[in-house]
Write a protein that binds this ligand. Structure first.
Ligand code: NAG
Ligand code: NAG
Length: 318
């Protein structure tokens, strides 16, 4: 893209940013939390939908091939077979959307999934996750090496310094380079919204990330002091909608960081449905980044199906 075109786009962007009305966004965020969730008899189906949208994640300093292997097995069979059978969903191939690991653990995850004949994609965080404060060349190299090891989805982090100092064109150019380094892998761009200071910055960063070729925009790394909040999510979802109205291109959304309860996952699904429509409620346009969420969803499904709450030992690896 020529820089004159880019400039025109940024002008359009600024015009669009004026539509971000903080009061309205906060009000909307409040209403979504007080809103009625799906009816009782539909909740299990909604919870299963949430399961199929989870990027089941482990991002710890003590990750090893064996805990990555357990994560992969859980991704393949995220809900106990007998519970799925009771819901008549046991032959629907229910799995999580992806597993998400550090670059050094990609090969382990690929190996475990391959051995189990699973086609679940492996996502890798990259580009100096979580801070993004390493030299550009090593951030690019990290993307290439994760792709080389078999990751088909890359969760990059943006350079917050560029956002906070208003260097949007430089951010655009960096994300373009990550896009190229990803090759055919899907790229999810983490905005680390907890560090972007204003909703306008969130909107601009969303637009720049989408213009630079992101397949998804993602709220947080889970390592900032503030994770995915509803007001920020609403701004990102409206950016996705505006971008779609301008270009006809659908970009996905991934909230992540601190999402732990089945109840919260239902609020997220409701929010996406109302802001973007049911079309976005599929793993190719919606992901929930989470590690402990799945255990609570499985517990909730157990409760719905059997009428009682599960003891922890009844849900292995929860
Ligand atoms: C994977 O598929 C191969 C060939 O179809 C089969 O021989 C093997 O037993 C399968 N492995 C598992 C773990 O299902
Ligand atoms: C943000 O998310 C991380 C990862 O889930 C969690 O450990 C942390 O407690 C969360 N922080 C807040 C303020 O909710």
């Amino acid at each position: 893209m020529k820089s004159s075109q880019l400039l025109a786009l940024i002008h359009l962007l600024v015009f669009l940013v004026l539509r971000v009305n903080t009061q309205a966004v906060l009000k909307r965020a409040q209403s979504i939390q007080g809103q009625k969730l799906p009816k009782k008899q539909w909740q299990s189906a909604w919870l299963l939908k949430a399961v199929t949208c989870i990027d089941l994640t482990t991002l710890s300093g003590d990750d090893t091939p064996s805990n990555v292997h357990r994560l992969c097995m859980k991704a393949i069979q995220p809900v106990r077979h007998d519970l799925l059978r009771k819901m008549d969903m046991h032959d629907k191939g229910i799995s999580t959307a992806a597993v998400c690991v550090y670059p050094s653990r990609v090969a382990d995850a690929v190996r475990s999934l391959k051995a189990a004949n699973s086609s679940i994609p492996v996502a890798s965080v990259a580009t100096g996750f979580p801070a993004g404060q390493t030299p550009l060349e090593s951030r690019l190299q990290e993307v290439r090496s994760a792709v080389n090891d078999g990751a088909t989805e890359i969760d990059i982090v943006i350079n917050r310094m560029l956002a906070l100092t208003g260097q949007w064109e430089a951010m655009f150019n960096e994300i373009r380079l990550f896009r190229e380094a990803c090759g055919d892998a899907h790229m999810k761009t983490i905005l680390a919204v907890g560090e972007l200071e204003t909703l306008s910055n969130v909107y601009k960063a969303s637009m720049v990330a989408m213009m630079a070729g992101s397949d998804f925009i993602k709220t947080s790394t889970g390592k900032e002091a503030v994770n995915a909040t509803y007001p920020v999510a609403i701004v990102m979802l409206r950016a996705i909608r505006d971008y779609f109205l301008c270009t006809g291109h659908k970009v996905g959304f991934k909230p992540a960081g601190g999402i732990r309860t089945a109840q919260e996952s239902l609020v997220w699904l409701t929010l996406i449905k109302e802001e973007l429509g049911s079309e976005w409620l599929h793993p190719h346009l919606f992901r929930l980044g989470a590690s402990s969420l799945l255990a609570d969803i499985e517990r909730q499904i157990y409760h719905e199906v059997t009428g009682q709450y599960a003891a922890l030992h009844e849900l292995p690896m929860a």
